[in-house]
Ligand binder design. Structure first.
Ligand SMILES: NC(=O)c1ccc[n+]([C@@H]2O[C@H](COP(=O)([O-])OP(=O)(O)OC[C@H]3O[C@@H](n4cnc5c(N)ncnc54)[C@H](OP(=O)(O)O)[C@@H]3O)[C@@H](O)[C@H]2O)c1
Length: 324
């Protein structure tokens, strides 16, 4: 396993991280626990969850899986959204009040007394960033959180947050978890240059665009049992330009003797600002595929051909809506 630095810290993250959004959802508890153990055995240390995944179920399962192996993992979770069914006025957002309550709830579900990376899931324009950063800094000082990160932050908001941390001597965001894959590339415009300048890591989520980049949608329909099946909002993702690209990518994979998803994962791993690519497996077999994809770098000529194909087909998904 390759390891890369997290932001300005001395921590090294596995270049492939295990995303656990499917735990307690498409993946049952037993397989989820097996997957965490398989990941640790393979040298993966970054395990990414969120309080809201499966209504707290993902954190609970991750906690069980790490019971005797907590020290092997770099455990990342998130705060921002209300838990399902909780409509109290302060059940969401990035106020000190909500962050403190949510952190205690996550620690309890995870069965641990510290979170390695506490990430704000997306921005809260109603709460001053100073309030959010002070609350996060307090959690760091209390030893409940090791490092802090953000997610879905546009460049201007991340730059402003870093400035506030600097001015007030508060913990700084070491990472920005962003929607980044061959069909979703707007982070390259401003977020990645800022990451370079400020030494903030990008953690790439949805590396396969939810499964599109595996090739299983290449005939223009969602296969039975897939995330896209019966999901109206997925129809637009299968626009003609995207299908042209996906079919071309399958061809490039064949020529190179690599699976299509190897090209998608390998392309992301070539991006210097990406510290880790967050896999989102729905089965143990899929997890093995991500591991295989990350194990072998892309040959430079294949990487170039992928890049040219994307540009020439004009393939892409609508801009990510969470960059507030
Ligand atoms: N910060 C945020 O706002 C945010 C948002 C989303 C995700 N995330 C994080 O990023 C992680 C990954 O995101 P993601 O789940 O969207 O990742 P992804 O890699 O883009 O999509 C994962 C999906 O692709 C399909 N897939 C994967 N491997 C496959 C294979 N070998 N063959 C066929 N299909 C395959 C599966 O869908 P099927 O179930 O259809 O088989 C799987 O659930 C999440 O677990 C979470 O930790 C963060």
């Amino acid at each position: 396993m390759e390891y890369r630095p997290l932001g300005r810290t001395g921590v090294r993250l596995s270049a492939l991280g295990l995303g656990t959004m499917m735990f307690g959802d498409r993946l049952d508890e037993a397989d989820s626990v097996r997957m965490v153990h398989a990941a640790l055995d393979a040298g993966v240390n970054l395990i990414d969850t969120a309080d809201v995944y499966s209504g707290g179920g993902s954190e609970r399962i991750v906690g069980k899986a790490l019971k005797d192996r907590r020290h092997e993992a770099f455990l990342a979770t998130k705060v921002r959204r209300a838990m399902p069914g909780d409509s109290r006025p302060n059940a969401e957002g990035l106020s000190r009040l909500h962050i403190m309550q949510a952190a205690e709830a996550s620690l309890s579900r995870l069965g641990t007394d510290y979170i390695d990376l506490y990430q704000v899931h997306w921005a809260d324009p109603d709460t001053p960033i100073e309030e959010t950063l002070r609350a996060l800094d307090d959690l760091v000082r209390q030893g409940k959180v090791r490092y802090i990160g953000c997610s879905n932050f546009p460049a201007w908001r991340l730059a402003r947050s870093l400035w506030k941390s600097d001015v007030h001597g508060l913990a700084r965001f070491e990472s920005n978890q962003v929607n980044f894959n061959l069909l979703q590339r707007e982070v390259e415009e401003e977020i990645l240059p800022l990451c370079t300048e400020e030494r903030v890591s990008a953690l790439a989520f949805s590396p396969l665009a939810g499964g599109l980049l595996t090739g299983k949608y290449n005939d223009g329909t969602a296969p039975p049992g897939s995330r896209g099946e019966g999901n109206e909002s997925w129809r637009g993702r299968l626009a003609p330009s995207n299908l042209t690209f996906l079919r071309g990518l399958a061809g490039l994979g064949q020529q190179a003797g690599r699976a299509m998803m190897d090209l998608a994962v390998g392309w992301l791993l070539n991006v210097p600002q990406v510290a880790s690519v967050l896999a989102g497996p729905s089965s143990l077999e899929q997890w093995e595929d991500y591991l295989a994809a990350a194990a072998r770098p892309l040959a430079p000529d294949v990487a170039r051909a992928v890049e040219v194909l994307q540009r020439e087909t004009g393939a892409g998904l609508p801009r990510h809506s969470r960059y507030l």
